[in-house]
Design a protein around this ligand. Structure first.
Ligand code: ADP
Ligand code: MG
Length: 702
């Protein structure tokens, strides 16, 4: 039996949280830090020195030898550079452990190796990390010992954002300011701050590490580039919510324990739809903290999997033919005094504040559907969005029966006078209790679904940072709020003005609402009729980042400058091209060095068998047929591999958007052409000859 522990005892034990700060900081320093966290004042260097020192002492007690500024550059993962606490040796040869306020507040990693999308030339390498004091520092344990990690934002010498965090914090300021204006309009004079709350449900696959190491495609690209479907897929639905296998359970237990120590509230875990697929969800938190926590969750899952002889695959589509992985981004906006502005209450038709907020969000999502779609685009996610699983690529909004009814009353009759009430669910067995039903059933196919008191944005990819999606959500809703507040402030009859505004918002933007099956072909046609964009690829989506309306909005709220947006677009095109380039080259390598030689060995043996069987005077026609079929595939794959190599060479002659488009339209097609004969051959070639583990072995033998 493994060691038992009490979750409450270990939760947050490696976090420099509020309790620790209160305990260890002088009263006035603690108070000043709190004011900085609320955005009221800047932190003085003297206070920073005191905090740094307290942090260092605490971290050293936890065994830390190093500290690092922990940041989120535009590579999709986190970055860190470790410095030990030791000072230069004194004359007696001894060292002290030091950590100054300056080192806490500001770091200076060499920025030249991180993507900047042309924001700075390599000779201008300076970049700065700045402490995000609203996200707590933590001590992380690993093979290298313990390290004090300080969550930071990362900017260039000229102050441009080079990371995910900076625009996220800026967007939180934007929505705070505009949401407060809406609250004031509605007569709220007490709330002081509005913060987006986010809970990100993380999906992932687990495979055996030994098997993983035999597949170059998994190693280099995170997904299988070849692989025939196993006889059994997910058609039985027996994995979803099924009981969790022992080996996975042991992994999950360790993941939870590590996350709890880091103050990440890992809460819900279950098997997902596909075999070997699972999900972990934390309890929601303030947007930037949720973003940090999600990064930590991904890191911890990978690390713990390694320790268990497993590998955690975060790619959006590790296996063709079975469901991919996403990240549901649950989003709401909450005041400092605990009001969730997305809570409809029991009678939404009477809740004008909620309806106004709902109308504002409806407008934002309708107006900036392309941008929202873009925020969830990454290379791997192109395999999911619009591919008849997970959400379609068309942005629409699900309201559910109750809200849809209220909205339609307002649109059709000008007034809403009732709300459909939730009923009782009759279980039909006398020993079972009757259950209270939710007012609204769930809809699994909507990309942006209202789920009780939050919106669930389901498009984000499993490997992606949730920051871009939340930057967009926060900013587009801030814009909507601003436009509403600009129009309504100073109205003589506020109640009437609000009523008319709600009706107008619903009427103008109801086209984005869709409560039906988002996977159906009818919806694609219907969405087109409604004029909703259907953006099928990441490369196509990126353009929305630099549209004049987008630039105007982001600049208006100080979230992005035009230069920053252009750089992000460049980085995305480049990331796309690089990823497909790696995939294509891996395929050529695997085909040439592993698959083709294996098939040659197999066909040689088969040919010998045909000869011996014939010599013995028996019928060798079946063997001969197989030999002909496999040899045909061999020929196809040789030609397809040569053609793929040609397209890869041509791709190198382009750059930027044109290059990304070439990879999407030409290289990817050539990749499919190579995969097809290989997958067909895999179905008939003797298993003993196949050079790497099959889908069955990867998915069912964990
Ligand atoms: P489901 O999506 O299956 O209904 P939950 O209700 O447990 O699952 O919520 C999923 C995620 O949404 C969790 O991370 C949860 O903490 C988060 N969540 C719940 N309420 C809110 C809210 N008001 N704002 C943001 N996230 C929320
Ligand atoms: Mg959910």
């Amino acid at each position: 039996m493994s060691e038992r522990f009490n979750v409450a005892d270990i939760f947050g034990e490696n976090v420099f949280n509020d309790t620790i700060m209160k305990e260890r900081l002088p009263k006035n320093v603690y108070k000043n830090l709190k004011l900085t966290m609320e955005g009221v004042q800047e932190l003085s260097l003297a206070d920073a020195d005191v905090i740094a020192n307290a942090m260092k002492d605490w971290a050293i007690e936890k065994g830390a030898t190093h500290y690092t500024h922990w940041f989120q550059p535009l590579t999709g993962t986190t970055a860190e550079k470790h410095d030990s606490f030791i000072s230069a040796p004194k004359s007696d040869g001894k060292v002290l452990m030091e950590f100054s306020g300056k080192e806490l507040i500001k770091g200076e990693p060499d920025a030249s190796s991180f993507p900047s999308g042309g924001l700075r030339a390599t000779f201008e390498a300076r970049g700065y990390t700045a402490w995000d004091c609203t996200s707590p520092a933590f001590v992380r344990e690993g093979a290298q010992g313990a390290t004090l990690c300080i969550p930071t934002a990362f900017c260039s010498y000229t102050g441009e954002a080079l990371d995910q965090k900076t625009p996220l914090l800026r967007s939180m300021d934007a929505i705070n300011e505009q949401a407060l204006r809406i609250l004031r309009l509605m007569g709220n004079t007490t709330s002081k701050k509005v913060t987006p709350s986010v809970g990100a449900e993380q999906e992932y696959f687990i495979v055996d590490r030994e098997k993983y190491l035999q597949r170059k495609d998994l190693i280099f690209s995170g997904r299988t580039l070849f692989g025939a479907m196993p006889p059994k897929g997910q058609e039985l639905d027996d994995h979803y919510f099924g009981s969790i296998r022992e080996r996975i359970a042991a992994f999950m237990k360790d993941v939870n324990e590590e996350l709890w120590k880091l103050g990440v509230s890992a809460k819900t875990q279950h098997n997902e739809v596909a075999p070997a697929q699972h999900e972990l969800a934390p309890i929601y938190a303030q947007c930037n903290i949720a973003t940090d926590n999600n990064q930590l969750m991904m890191e911890v899952m990978k690390k713990v999997a390694y320790r268990h002889g497993l590998v955690c695959l975060l790619h959006e589509k590790p296996f063709a033919g079975v469901n991919g992985s996403g990240k549901h981004n649950n989003w709401s906006i909450t005041t400092d005094d605990g009001i969730n502005m997305l809570d409809p209450g029991k009678t939404p038709h009477e809740n004008f504040q909620f309806l106004l907020v709902l109308g504002a969000i409806m407008k934002a999502v309708d107006k900036h559907a392309d941008l929202l779609r873009e925020s969830a685009s990454d290379v791997g996610n192109d395999h999911r969005l619009g591919a008849n699983e997970a959400p379609p690529a068309i942005i629409s909004m699900f309201l559910g029966e109750q809200l849809e009814d209220v909205v339609m009353q307002l649109i059709d009759k000008g007034d809403a006078t009732s709300s459909i009430q939730k009923g009782k669910l009759k279980t039909g067995a006398s020993t079972l209790p009757d259950l209270n039903k939710d007012a609204t059933d769930r809809n699994r196919t909507s990309p942006f679904a209202f789920t009780g008191n939050k919106f669930e944005f389901r498009m984000v990819g499993s490997s992606d940072s949730i920051a871009p999606a939340n930057v967009v959500l926060n900013t587009i809703v801030a814009e909507s709020f601003k436009e509403i507040a600009d129009e309504l402030e100073g109205s003589e009859d506020m109640q009437m003005a609000v009523h008319d505004m709600i009706k107008k918002l619903f009427t103008d933007h109801h086209r984005v609402v869709f409560n039906g099956n988002g996977y159906s072909d009818e919806w694609v046609a219907e969405a087109e009729r409604r004029g909703l964009p259907n953006i099928k690829s990441m490369v196509e989506a990126v353009g929305s980042l630099v549209k004049p309306e987008t630039v105007k909005m982001f600049e208006g709220f100080g979230v992005f400058t035009e230069a920053e947006l252009k750089s992000r677009a460049e980085i995305k095109y480049e990331a796309y091209s690089k990823a497909i380039n790696i995939e294509a080259k891996t395929m050529i390598d695997m085909a040439g060095k592993e698959i083709i030689p294996a098939i040659i060995s197999y066909t040689t043996e088969l040919a010998n068998s045909v000869l011996s069987v014939k010599e013995a005077g028996a019928d060798a026609s079946v063997q001969a047929d197989i030999l002909t079929e496999v040899s045909g595939y061999l020929k196809e794959m040789k030609a397809a591999s040569a053609k793929l190599a040609e397209t890869v060479a041509t791709a190198a002659t382009f750059e930027g958007k044109a290059q990304a488009e070439y990879f999407r339209d030409t290289v990817k097609v050539a990749m499919d052409e190579l995969r097809a004969p290989v997958d067909k051959a895999e179905m008939i070639v003797d298993k003993e000859f196949w050079p790497f583990p099959s889908y069955s072995e990867l998915l069912f033998e964990v």
